[in-house]
Design a protein around this ligand. Structure first.
Ligand code: UD1
Ligand code: CA
Length: 470
């Protein structure tokens, strides 16, 4: 038996009031449509998945290209029924199709599998996935033939509900299974005689019943899974729901999260047990955090790897970087792309790094900019040190070898090599390479004028008196 998945994703999403196609809006750090495709790929191979695109089709296709699914174009968006009409040729040869909505992103693969199995067991022409919602406003309602019968008489859209039907809480999730033959034998009977002047896929329920076909409904175990998003406010609710799900999954696996409702963790993030995540932390993109780390409040970590026992103090921003075991960061450290921080190294208060490799146990504890630099192990970078990596046209590299001591407030003008074990005096401006074990000073010699202040003060006083008496 051949089964395809068809995902409707051509709509504009007018109610979102955004220029961007609705299905490309993100929750949990991933586009709505990508969530749906990922769930579908757990049920059928990618080559049996057909995504119907229309509004901003180019952008949707290119953003989903890596998922290797098929695309069908619905040039004009004339409703969900019309979308499925457009899939006719593509799904010819499949016995059944599972129809998903690109804007219902919390759906789990296990629920799709349940829908498929129920549909096949019921020998139905159409099976509707439903849910009982506290607030069903806005959704189509499913009319069962009798309250406990699986058989359905039809689906009524919100705008067409009678006052009596408005009380019905069982909604249409927009997710269906169809036997392909009866669907396409009758799909041309859809009409646009409704509030939106569109071809409603929901009308297939009534049409098939009138043809004597079996139409049934399956209520989803978890109503939140089938929530759709038509407005940005609804999208925010789904985002919160999904992230709470991610936080719960991590907590179940042994990660401590204080106040999980405040953290923002993307779906793909991995955290190893015995790590602690404090309130208001964001872990984004392709981020991996090892065992025994502690991420203190207000830190934002994106596309980065932290090995084990890393302490990230408050307010750090870490992007596209790699931090080795036992390192200590922050508070308020900024690791920009390409920072590789060595084992047990320290990057302290208000230190910014970019394309830096720092060796084991090296420290930059206060107020520094380290860019385009290779720093060995056991190096001490004094407070306020700056690598001058940019000459206005090009970027240049700084090499600081093992065991170097850089005094506070030094400026290292790249390209430059600071040799192994050497010592840079505080406040130096270093423009020439420093050989191994040398002391380099690059600053004006201090001049001290004894008694200068008091003699000056006397002169000032005499001058002021003169002004007053004139
Ligand atoms: C639809 C259902 C409603 C159900 C709800 C669940 C219909 C007529 N109504 O309403 O019963 O309760 O979903 O979320 O189907 N799309 C296309 N081409 C089009 C129009 C839409 O591909 O021409 C896609 C959209 O991109 C979207 C999906 O189909 O992913 C659903 O369309 P939408 O307009 O959001 O339908 P709802 O009004 O939510
Ligand atoms: Ca919708």
């Amino acid at each position: 038996m051949r089964i395809a998945v068809v995902i409707m994703a051509a709509g504009k999403g007018t109610r979102l009031k955004s220029k961007r196609a609705k299905v490309l809006h993100q929750i949990g750090g991933k586009a709505l449509l990508e969530h749906v495709i990922c769930a579908a790929r757990q049920i059928v191979p990618a080559h049996d998945i057909f995504v119907i695109v229309g509004h901003q089709a180019g952008a949707v296709q290119s953003e989903m290209a890596h998922l290797n699914v098929n695309f069908i174009t619905q040039a004009e968006q004339r409703g969900t029924g019309h979308a499925i009409q457009c899939a006719r040729q593509a799904v010819h040869g499949y016995d059944h199709i599972l129809v998903l909505s690109g804007d219902v992103p919390l759906l789990q693969a296990s629920t799709i599998a349940q829908l498929r199995d129920f549909h096949l067991a019921q020998h139905a022409a159409m099976t509707i996935l439903t849910a009982a919602l506290e607030n069903p406003f806005g959704y189509g309602r499913v009319l069962r033939k009798s309250p406990h019968s699986p058989e359905v008489a039809g689906i009524v859209e919100q705008k067409a509900l009678t006052p009596e039907q408005e009380k019905l809480r069982e909604i249409n999730s927009g997710i269906y299974a169809f036997a392909t033959k009866p669907l396409y034998d009758h799909i041309n009977e859809l009409s646009t005689n409704n509030a939106h002047g569109e071809y409603y896929l929901t009308d297939m329920a009534r049409i098939l019943v009138e043809e004597g076909e079996r139409v049934v409904a399956l209520e989803a175990a978890s109503p939140t899974e089938v929530l759709g998003a038509n407005t940005l406010a609804e999208l925010a609710l789904l985002d919160a729901e999904m992230r709470l799900g991610t936080a719960r999954r991590l907590m179940t696996s042994g990660v401590t999260i204080f106040r999980p409702e405040t953290v923002v963790i993307d779906a793909e993030v991995e955290v190893v047990p015995d790590t602690i995540i404090e309130p208001f932390v964001q872990l984004l993109g392709n981020t991996h955090i090892g065992e025994g780390c502690r991420i203190r409040s207000y830190s934002v970590i994106e596309n980065s790897t932290l090995e084990s026992h890393v302490l990230v103090r408050h307010g750090c921003i870490i992007t596209d970087s790699h931090v080795r075991s036992g390192a200590l960061l922050g508070p308020y450290a900024h690791l920009r792309p390409g920072s590789e921080i060595g084992e047990e190294a320290h990057i302290g208060n208000f230190v910014e790094t970019k394309k830096v490799r720092m060796g084991k146990g090296s420290k930059a504890n206060h107020l520094s900019y380290l860019g385009d630099a290779e720093i060995g192990s056991g190096v001490n970078i004094g407070a306020g040190t700056i690598t001058c990596n940019y000459d206005g046209t090009h970027k240049h590299r700084t090499l600081i070898e093992d065991g170097v001591f850089v005094g506070s407030d030094s400026t290292l003008v790249a390209p430059i090599v600071i040799g192994k074990g050497s010592y840079i005096a505080a406040a130096s401006c270093i423009t020439e390479n420093v050989p191994e074990d040398a002391l380099a000073l690059g600053r004006a010699r201090q001049t001290t004028k004894p008694g200068w202040v008091s003699s000056h003060r006397g002169t000032n006083r005499a001058a002021k008196e003169a002004v007053k008496n004139s």
